[in-house]
Design a protein around this ligand. Structure first.
Ligand SMILES: N[C@@H](CCC(=O)N[C@@H](CS)C(=O)NCC(=O)O)C(=O)O
Length: 222
């Protein structure tokens, strides 16, 4: 039995859940997962049993007595894993790259609202270009500029934002799915980064499990 339990939502659309899940799977940190089905009349009560915020993801790590074993908020889960597993290099080693990776991850955690709402993650939705409003398009351009900056400055060693896979990639993984679903023809460097994330075996597993979920998929614009 693993020391870790990760509480997540529906794989089809729970974008926040995907972030720590893909990091843990990709980095081969063993964990058990518990899916709390979202968008049902019982969801709020079920989440209240496992999450101090009524939201997922929540990581439970039994040896962590201080908070009853719970770590919540996506970025703080990734930070906790980075502390526990320094050898997994969840943040780049170089201090400058690390600062950029943390800035990019935090910008994602606190922003890009119009992209998130205009292009909601829905892994069952057929691909097709969906324009965003002006604010959303500006945020989309900012995301691509940020990816470009990370890749140009620090991405020489591999296909990810900082070469090897980091917490910044985990934070942008659901955004990658949105670019793939709604973005239409992507700039070549954006396409290459999107394809690198989508090709991860952990991402393929998440997509496959999302496809098997027996519940009705979200509506076309959810
Ligand atoms: N700031 C939170 C956001 C988490 C969040 O919004 N989670 C959604 C699922 S993706 C949720 O639990 N929603 C509760 C619900 O749908 O009832 C984090 O970083 O983890």
């Amino acid at each position: 039995m693993s020391e870790f339990t990760l509480y997540i939502g529906n794989k089809c659309f729970s974008s926040w859940s995907l972030r720590p899940w893909v990091a843990m799977r990709h980095l081969e940190i063993p964990f058990e997962e518990v899916l709390v089905r979202l968008r049902t009349p019982e969801t709020a009560a079920n989440l209240a049993n496992v999450s101090p915020t009524g939201q997922v993801p929540v990581l439970v790590h039994k040896p962590l007595n201080h908070t009853g074993g719970m770590v919540w908020e996506t970025l703080s889960i990734l930070e906790y894993l980075a502390d526990l597993f320094p050898e997994k290099k969840l943040w780049p080693a170089d201090i400058g790259a690390r600062a950029l990776a943390r800035s990019a991850a935090t910008e994602m955690h606190s922003g890009f609202r119009e992209v998130r709402y205009g292009w909601p993650m829905n892994l069952r939705r057929p691909k097709g270009h969906k324009p965003l409003d002006a604010e959303g398009e500006a945020q989309r351009a900012r995301i691509e500029a940020l990816w470009r900056e990370c890749r140009e400055k620090h991405g020489k060693g591999g296909p990810f934002l900082f070469g090897h896979f980091t917490a910044a990639d985990a934070m942008y993984a659901p955004v990658v799915t949105r670019f793939d679903t709604y973005g239409g023809d992507l700039a070549p460097d954006t396409r290459a980064y999107v394809d690198a994330i989508l090709a991860l075996p952990a991402m393929r597993q998440w997509y496959a499990e999302a496809a098997k979920e027996p519940w009705p998929e979200p509506g076309p614009d959810e």
